[in-house]
Design a protein around this ligand. Structure first.
Ligand code: ATP
Ligand code: MG
Length: 215
């Protein structure tokens, strides 16, 4: 088994069977943040929709590599693909259970982004089931929930943690807020780390610190 320390290769996968929860947004920001720590990062767009690849076509500063690989053989090829990198981030597709299984097998940590709504909590349960299946023969696999698009000071934002506890998966304490800067970054080929929104940058930094401490 691979040893997890500061120098070891880490493979982070963003997965949720539900669409539009922030898999691509958080994948891109994770890759960008890791490369700012001086890591050589590969972002694998494992979604046939190719959103991360499309983003990378607009980008001005190519500070990490982006490749498309939306095949259920990903777990067999990951070692070779990762050989020149310090970290790998996988942006997963919605639906497509077979591809999701392959991504789970490839990953060290699966992050399940979700929005603070009851519907998202139910949808996350499906993804959690896929991960539990894999953990039977891959017990070292880690999984965390990440709340995205939280609207500050709303009851639904507070209550979602209680509902999520039913899934019995750890929840990151650093929520990502609903911010225009995140939506803009996707269409402009940038990240919030390049923009003036310091609150968004701070959120990503806290999120990354917490994620790296897990591993
Ligand atoms: N924290 C946020 N604040 C504002 N907008 C956001 C945030 N996170 C995501 N969005 C927007 O929500 C939409 C969906 O996000 P994203 O594409 O990252 O989700 P996804 O899970 O990758 O979707 P899909 O399942 O279709 O691949 C995008 O328009 C994105 O810009
Ligand atoms: Mg996506």
């Amino acid at each position: 088994m691979r040893q997890h320390d500061d120098t070891a290769l880490m493979i982070y996968a963003f997965l949720n069977q539900k669409g539009g929860v922030g898999k691509t947004t958080l994948s891109i920001h994770t890759a960008a943040a890791l490369s700012r720590y001086g890591r050589r990062v590969l972002l694998i767009d494992a979604d046939p929709q190719g959103s991360a690849l499309a983003w990378s076509n607009f980008r001005e500063t190519p500070d990490f590599s982006v490749v498309g690989m939306a095949k259920a053989t990903l777990h067999k090829e990951i070692e070779m693909m990762a050989s020149d990198y310090d970290d790998v981030v996988i942006d997963g597709p919605p639906r497509l259970a077979e591809l999701a299984r392959s991504i789970i097998l490839a990953a060290d940590v699966v992050v399940i982004p979700l929005q603070p709504s009851p519907m998202d909590v139910w949808a996350a349960a499906e993804t959690v089931d896929l991960i539990r299946e894999a953990q039977v023969y891959k017990p070292e696999l880690k999984c965390v929930l990440a709340i995205n698009r939280k609207i500050a000071n709303t009851a639904i934002g507070r209550d979602v943690r209680a509902t999520l506890a039913e899934l019995e998966v750890p929840i990151l304490s650093s929520d990502i807020g609903q911010r225009v800067a995140f939506a803009e970054s996707i269409v402009t080929g940038s990240t919030v780390l390049d923009q003036a929104d310091k609150k968004a940058t701070k959120e990503i930094e806290r999120f990354m610190d917490e994620l790296r401490r897990l591993t």
